[in-house]
Write a protein that binds this ligand. Structure first.
Ligand SMILES: Nc1ncnc2c1ncn2[C@@H]1O[C@H](COP(=O)(O)OP(=O)(O)O)[C@@H](O)[C@H]1O
Ligand SMILES: O=C(CO)[C@@H](O)[C@H](O)COP(=O)(O)O
Length: 631
């Protein structure tokens, strides 16, 4: 008999515009990858643009769940077409874009358990219209997307819910974040009041990550410990749902809050636990082994930090549809300006995150305007313009003002500003009252290519400066360099762009330089594949620890299992897996951007004040989502 094939591990990334899948072997080497592009593959069927549907009048952004089910079937077919032997997959895990909620109908578990892979019907047919009543497994057909901005009223309620002198700070301290439009708590509150009958019919609530895990498990999977921090409902200290916040989302303490708690379910503390084996649907239809283990799926950002052995001094910048800045740190220093979440695998570590809606799509707007004579999606003109413009558009830094701007086609998260675009000249040497002078914001000019990238990195530098420390110069350890990351790793679609990498190093610094992963096209799916490998291959520690591990404990000290860092660190091949793509710290340039950070901060404060006055004049509540809805 032929020996069984060596084990492989499969990781998914269900994000805004694509579903990606990556298969690796036990030594972390890439075997196969495949992707489904939502617009290209299903744009016509679902009427989506850039992966989503919008209702600008209410600030709603959402995605049809059926689209993701179609994408699961298609990505697996594509993997098989590429020669991937799915019977060798010993374990699978995945990641979902954070914060999106999926509302399962009461009894959805039965439909999941009964999925039939022998007949011709795919996931959409079986889950969207199957079941005794023909109503399918979902109480609501769509999932609110992380770009949604329809919940300002609900966020205002969350921000004061915990009472005391500074309730927003308290909320951030307890849950890791202040209230955000996209977070599931405010989203559930809005869903319950906007669609009371759908809420009534909702048996379970998943995040996008646990939704995708549920499909593979053939049962509703628990919400993940690393992703639960994106809900505004989880007390990170107590490791449990926060009762006041639960009551707010549910419409009262007692029975309503208890009912919501049941819909949300328990959250296992161990991110590497085996939830069960793959549903027979995938065994029969795609040839998976019936023993293939399902390891908890986490959020796309927590999964991204698992794609390499990230040190506390390193930063990752994900240039996807969103721009996110990620660090893995033992320090929990919450603040309403950013997010802290549980680390997805390792108790005692946290993920620090900044997130911007106006990332890839905002850069594309400038790119498209510079390509106006053609409909090309090439980045060449953008890159040429970005690199031929001097830093901050100062031909002579001694006399020219710095050109700063904000580029927000969508309502932004930080700062919480409506959509719009603004340009300023900043002259740091001018008197404190008038260093900023406003410029016309239209049309785009070549300098905007450099300025939009600078603007995005200046915002990251402004908000992450308390998390980085001064460090010794590599060539002369007696010389201290200013506070900055040791390394920056770029991931996501935009990491392919060398001009963006160069500007990243100039603005954010980084003593060792700017790096990019060199394994496959997707760090987030790779992190999920590593998590699957760790969940299946980690060894129980000896003696008392091994006993605890077998019982499924996640102690807060030594841990009972070989940690993710130990397992992945020992198999990681730095020379093969990462590639340096740009220099980091440049003396003089970094300091000049340090001055620009101050101007940038002042510009944001000025615009926030102006926005506050505007909202006050029109009575506060009016929400304008994007440029098109203003016209
Ligand atoms: N060469 C490039 N230069 C700059 N941006 C790029 C390049 N290639 C892709 N992108 C950007 O990557 C984004 C998609 O990134 P991806 O990580 O796949 O997104 P998501 O995970 O949100 O679906 C696109 O919006 C596009 O703007
Ligand atoms: O909202 C957040 C994080 O808080 C976003 O980062 C989403 O998680 C989606 O990310 P991408 O589709 O850009 O990967």
């Amino acid at each position: 008999m032929a020996p069984p094939p060596p084990p492989t591990y499969l990781g998914f990334d269900l994000s805004t515009q694509q579903l990606k899948a990556i298969v690796i072997d036990s030594s972390l080497r890439l075997q196969h990858e495949a992707a489904v592009d939502f617009d290209a593959d299903f744009g016509k069927k679902y009427g989506i643009q850039k992966g989503v549907l919008t209702n600008p009048a209410e600030g709603e952004v959402y995605a049809p769940i059926a689209l993701w089910l179609d994408a699961v079937d298609l990505v697996l077919s594509r993997l098989r077409e590429k020669g991937c032997d799915l019977s060798a997959v010993s374990g699978l895990s995945g990641a979902g874009m954070q914060h999106g909620t999926v509302f399962w109908r009461d009894g959805a578990e039965e439909l999941l358990k009964g999925l039939d892979g022998k007949e011709g019907a795919g996931l959409v047919e079986q889950l969207c219209s199957g079941g005794p009543s023909g109503e399918g497994a979902f109480a609501h057909p769509d999932s609110p997307n992380w770009q949604d901005a329809s919940t300002q009223k609900q966020c205002d309620e969350f921000d004061v819910a915990l009472g005391g002198e500074k309730p927003v700070d308290r909320l951030a301290e307890l849950t890791g974040s202040k209230a955000h439009h996209r977070f599931s708590g405010p989203q559930i509150l809005r869903y319950r009041t906007k669609y009371p009958d759908h809420y009534e019919k909702t048996g379970r609530i998943s995040l996008v990550s646990s939704f995708l895990a549920s499909i593979f498990l053939g049962d509703v999977a628990p919400i993940d410990i690393g992703d639960v921090g994106g809900m505004n409902l989880w007390d990170i200290h107590a490791g449990d749902w926060e009762e006041e916040l639960l009551a707010l989302a549910a419409g009262g303490k007692g029975k309503p809050a208890e009912t919501l708690k049941k819909k949300l379910g328990d959250v296992p503390e161990d991110g590497g636990i085996k939830l069960g084996t793959v549903s027979s649907y995938f065994v029969d239809r795609y040839g998976f082994s019936a023993d293939c283990a399902i390891i908890p799926f986490t959020g796309d950002n927590p999964s991204t930090i698992l794609s390499l052995p990230l040190r506390p001094s390193d930063a990752m910048v994900s240039l996807g549809t969103s721009t996110t800045f990620l660090m893995s740190t033992p320090q929990y220093k919450p603040d309403p300006a950013y997010h802290f979440m549980n680390h997805p695998t390792t108790p005692g570590l946290y993920m620090f995150m900044l997130c911007y809606k106006n990332g890839g799509l905002a850069r594309e707007q400038v790119r498209d305007s510079l390509n106006s004579s053609s409909s090309s999606a090439s980045w060449d003109n953008f890159n040429k313009a970005a690199l031929s413009t001097p830093p901050l558009d100062q031909a002579d830094p001694r006399s020219d003002p710095m050109r700063l701007g904000l580029y927000f086609p969508r309502h932004e998260i930080v700062p919480n500003l409506s959509s719009g675009q603004w340009r300023y000249h900043y002259n740091p040497s001018k008197s404190a009252s008038s260093p900023l002078s406003e410029l016309p914001a239209d049309p785009f000019v070549p300098a905007d290519a450099r300025n939009i990238v600078e603007s995005q990195f200046l915002s990251l530098r402004l908000r992450s400066q308390n998390l980085v420390a001064p460090t010794a110069a590599p060539d002369d350890p007696s010389r201290q360099l200013p506070a900055q990351p040791k390394r920056v790793y770029l991931v996501g679609g935009g990491s392919a762009n060398a001009a963006i990498a160069q500007l990243c190093g100039e603005v954010l610094g980084s003593v060792d330089g700017v790096y990019k992963l060199d394994i496959g096209g997707n760090a987030c799916a790779l992190g999920a594949a590593y998590k699957a490998c760790w969940g299946c291959e980690r060894r129980a520690k000896s003696g008392e620890h091994a006993e605890l591990a077998q019982k499924g404990g996640r102690d807060q000290g030594q841990g009972n299992w070989e940690t993710f860092e130990e397992l992945i660190g020992s198999r990681w091949d730095e020379s093969q897996f990462v590639q340096k793509v740009a220099d980091g710290y440049k003396e003089g340039v970094f300091e000049r951007y340090g001055e620009a950070v101050e101007g940038f901060d002042r510009m944001e404060k000025l615009l926030l004040k102006r926005e506050g006055e505007r909202l006050h004049q029109i009575g506060g509540g009016v929400f304008i989502e994007d440029e098109s809805s203003k016209k």
